[in-house]
Design a protein around this ligand. Structure first.
Ligand code: SF4
Ligand code: SF4
Length: 157
């Protein structure tokens, strides 16, 4: 198990997901692109620390959670990818349906925002040791993404 946030190479999401974009209102697409840009930054900022900590984790969070997509994740994917993400929820506590032996099967930019935002204590401690300012930088970006998700939600409805 490579661990929770371990990153696949960042490649065009449409190719990884095997979908093509559908037209959406230009304003919505612009907000979704800003979200994607911030998510990509978050992945890069966390990547080295995730590689160290999550690869050695003996109880990966991905194996302890279930389906984490919320409505804002769904709207973002619908605008950005032009398709709905699976809504299926599994019963029982058998882990996220997208976890695999090699880590997360989803492109980083379309993972639930909760996955980007979650910093367990070990991961945050590692970041603080190696780069003391990083947790605050990440939290500021989390707030920026959350604000854009709220904007997308309001403009979509
Ligand atoms: S619990 Fe922490 S260390 Fe373990 S996989 Fe999740 S984020 Fe990584
Ligand atoms: S979508 Fe599932 S497997 Fe992927 S990072 Fe989130 S919890 Fe882990």
């Amino acid at each position: 198990m490579t661990g929770f946030k371990c990153t696949n190479a960042i490649e065009p999401v449409e190719r990884q997901m095997g979908v093509s974009r559908q037209p959406h209102k230009q304003e919505l697409v612009q907000v979704a692109k800003k979200i994607e840009g911030l998510l990509s930054e978050l992945v890069l900022l966390q990547r080295d620390h995730v590689a160290v900590v999550c690869s050695a984790c003996d109880s990966p969070c991905c194996e302890r959670v279930q389906h984490l997509f919320d409505e804002k994740d769904m709207i973002y994917a619908k605008v950005f990818l032009g398709r709905d993400l699976p809504r299926r929820k599994r019963k029982g506590n058998r882990g996220c349906p997208f976890v695999s032996a090699n880590g997360c099967r989803l492109a980083p930019q379309v993972r639930p925002f909760a996955c980007h935002r979650y910093l367990c204590s070990e991961l945050e401690a590692e970041m603080t040791r190696k780069d003391p300012g990083l947790p605050q930088i990440l939290k500021k970006k989390f707030r920026a993404v959350e604000a854009l998700r709220g904007q997308l939600w309001r403009e979509y409805l």
